[in-house]
Ligand binder design. Structure first.
Ligand code: SF4
Length: 306
């Protein structure tokens, strides 16, 4: 559920406005306070992308609130509101409770916001255009990257409440071989593998983890063949503000002289990665790789002991 239409509207007309979110199924939400713009989500407000209210704040929207009493999924919504309240507090803002009122207001659809304000057609309430270099979200970024960018733009700082469980996994590595499968698997660039050449022709490989970009999908753990990666719990919301990736594995590797992939040498004069070494020793594929032979031997032993 992307609300880029709402974000575009906010970039043009949102400065100083108050936005009141309401769920799609809310019955007759029109009545309310005239100072608040009523914006209907395409579903439950609890399912809105986490980053959008923070982006609205970063686009100078004055206040954001939710009509909680009209939601049919109150438990889910309350969990979401708690998360937003913590993120807002980190950015020194508060999630507002829109005041009640009798005024009948236009219902704006978050996925289809007006490209021109009706009032501005009559020359009313026209706002100065935002300068060309004003902040705006990068819509190419992932949700996690957008949330981090909005928090940074708002000058967010760590809070006590922000120490609570965050969105990602605290990834740790044990027995890493610098194969880089985790780096390829991560959709958010939270893991990086850097190789520094050493004087002896080998290289120092450093696997770094950026907790502010991890959304906890677990793909890195799933795709690591070794397996070397695991989770030591969750990241915290304050980790969204961390600026420096941390090193989770450092090891000496070489580049295979045949396929150029980095590998951990088993002995000093090794020049080929295990796969290329196996292919060279067994060019016609008539024997199984040593790992498979070892696995078969173990299976046979387990079978004979039953
Ligand atoms: S859990 Fe997902 S987002 Fe986090 S580092 Fe692993 S692959 Fe990347």
């Amino acid at each position: 559920m992307s609300l880029d239409s709402l974000i575009t509207w906010a970039a043009h007309f949102g400065a100083g406005e108050r936005i009141e979110f309401v769920c799609a199924e809310a019955p007759a939400p029109e009545r309310g306070h005239r100072a608040w713009k009523l914006v209907q989500a395409p579903g439950c407000v609890a399912d809105l992308p986490l980053e959008h209210p923070l982006e609205l704040l970063a686009l100078d929207v004055a206040e954001i609130g939710v009509r909680r009493e009209l939601c049919e999924h109150r438990d889910r919504l309350d969990a979401r509101l708690e998360l937003w309240a913590t993120l807002f507090a980190m950015a020194d803002h508060e999630l507002a409770t829109p005041p009640s009122g009798k005024r009948k207001r236009a219902v704006m659809q978050a996925v289809n916001m007006p490209v021109v304000e009706r009032r501005s057609l009559f020359g009313l309430g026209r706002k100065d255009p935002r300068p060309d270099d004003a902040w705006s979200p990068d819509t190419v970024d992932t949700s996690q990257q957008r949330l981090r960018a909005a928090l940074r733009h708002l000058g967010a700082a760590p809070t006590e409440a922000g120490e609570s469980d965050g969105l990602g996994l605290a990834i740790v590595a044990d027995g890493c071989r610098a194969a880089g499968q985790c780096v390829t698997a991560c959709p958010h660039d939270a893991l990086r593998l850097v190789h520094l050449p050493l004087a002896d022709g080998s290289q120092q490989s450093d696997l770094t983890f950026d907790a502010s970009l991890c959304d906890g999908c677990g793909r890195c753990i799933e795709f690591c063949d070794v397996p070397a990666l695991s989770s030591a719990g969750s990241t915290s919301l304050n980790d969204l503000l961390s600026a420096t990736p941390v090193s989770i594995a450092t090891l000496r590797t070489r580049r295979c002289e045949r396929c150029r992939a980095p590998y951990t040498p088993q002995h000093e004069d090794s020049t080929l990665c295990p796969v290329c070494a196996e292919r060279r020793a067994n060019p016609f594929g008539s024997s199984l790789p040593p790992e498979a032979i070892e696995r078969l031997r173990r299976m046979r032993e387990e079978g004979s002991s039953d």
